[in-house]
Design a protein around this ligand. Sequence first.
Ligand SMILES: Cc1cc2nc3c(=O)[nH]c(=O)nc-3n(C[C@H](O)[C@H](O)[C@H](O)COP(=O)(O)OP(=O)(O)OC[C@H]3O[C@@H](n4cnc5c(N)ncnc54)[C@H](O)[C@@H]3O)c2cc1C
Length: 404
Amino acid sequence: MRIGIIGGGIGGVALTGCLLQRGFEVRLFERAQGFGEVGAGIQMTPNAVKVMKALGLLDKMLEAGFLPHALVGRNWRTARENFRTPLIDVCPVLYDAPFIHIHRADLHAILASLVSDAVPSFNVNCVGVRHEKNTAVAMFADGTEYEADVIVGADGVRSIVRSELFGAEDPRFTGHMCYRAVVPVGGVVDFVSPDTSFWLGPNGHIVTYYVRGGQAVNIVAVAETRTWVEESWNVASSKSEMLAQFQNWHRNIQTLFDRVEDVYKWGLFDRDPMTSWSKGRVTLLGDAAHPMLPFLSQGAAMAIEDAYVLAAALDGHGRDVASAFRDYEAERLPRTSRVQLEARERGRTYHLPSAFAQAKRDFTYWVRGLFNPQTSGIRANWVYEYDARKFRPNVADKSSRLVA
Ligand SMILES: Cc1cc2nc3c(=O)[nH]c(=O)nc-3n(C[C@H](O)[C@H](O)[C@H](O)COP(=O)(O)OP(=O)(O)OC[C@H]3O[C@@H](n4cnc5c(N)ncnc54)[C@H](O)[C@@H]3O)c2cc1C
């Protein structure tokens, strides 16, 4: 089986690693000049770390990352705790994997350590896919082509492969934009607690957490805006713009923002869940299939889970690509659709504009936390419980049909 993967982001590289470990022949096509992830942090929640563990990459993650003590909700002005979900001691017991903060470039490099130099091709821009009798063909802007048994579009939110399969449609601007920065701090400081902190304010929220063993703090500061005029969704911004946007927020936020050097702003786009991702010998994975708001911190995590399950499905079904895609979608579509929709809903509850609505929400957080802190606050225990390692392709079904 020859498999061609379009896009070398976190999803594409994760899939390449999973397939190589199972002995497939794989080629990866990336339009950039080399692998390069944006300079920002990423939360790897236990569901994604389970896959990293299965790939033998947990030790590298622990070396490069930071283990947050808890997931903490804070009032934007007073820093009062609205909820506290313990993580560091609890996740390995409850979910069989830790919760890790890591720099995106480190995560990408760890996944890429599974991929030998001969597998990726750079500077190749996929412009389309087509089917031949028993193969699929990826076409590139320089006129070259790659023919394979399976082509996977892991080419992000503006996926060419997706529009080739299902028609072109722009992703939806969600009315949110965010500032992203990484601030070197040289170790844990008194104005940033060693947690994943969600500062919830009116019409916006800020997430702060340590990466690189506590040497730096990652900031994601989300604001609502009616318009997003930039063509790109990764635009240079400035410390002064960021401070002005969040000027009345708690002094710890001001102190942290004051240390920012490089800052980028992103418009946040998503799409509605799909009913299918595959046609013939071509399928989708990661943001190409299910772009989502980052409010449950799951975009990359879902891509990593997809990768593990798709590789297992292809491995289990041999040359029967249709059955592999059927099992892949049956396993992944309901889950990623729920995460897409719940992430959208979090945008509303994190940003309640009135003090009364905020007080009601915070009271609910408090009551839930009394019963089970894992179901308070962002309420993502159902996300973390999932275990892609337990997926088994439905090959029994096929043999029973053959017998019948
Ligand atoms: C502010 C913010 C915070 C986030 N925080 C988290 C978090 O904490 N945890 C988490 O799990 N997720 C998080 N995410 C989501 C996560 O970043 C994405 O969901 C994830 O990176 C998607 O990976 P991907 O590989 O599917 O797509 P991408 O990362 O977009 O990769 C696509 C790749 O395909 C290449 N490509 C595109 N078109 C072509 C073409 N035509 N030919 C060849 N190559 C092509 C691109 O160059 C790129 O390398 C966050 C997102 C944002 C915006």
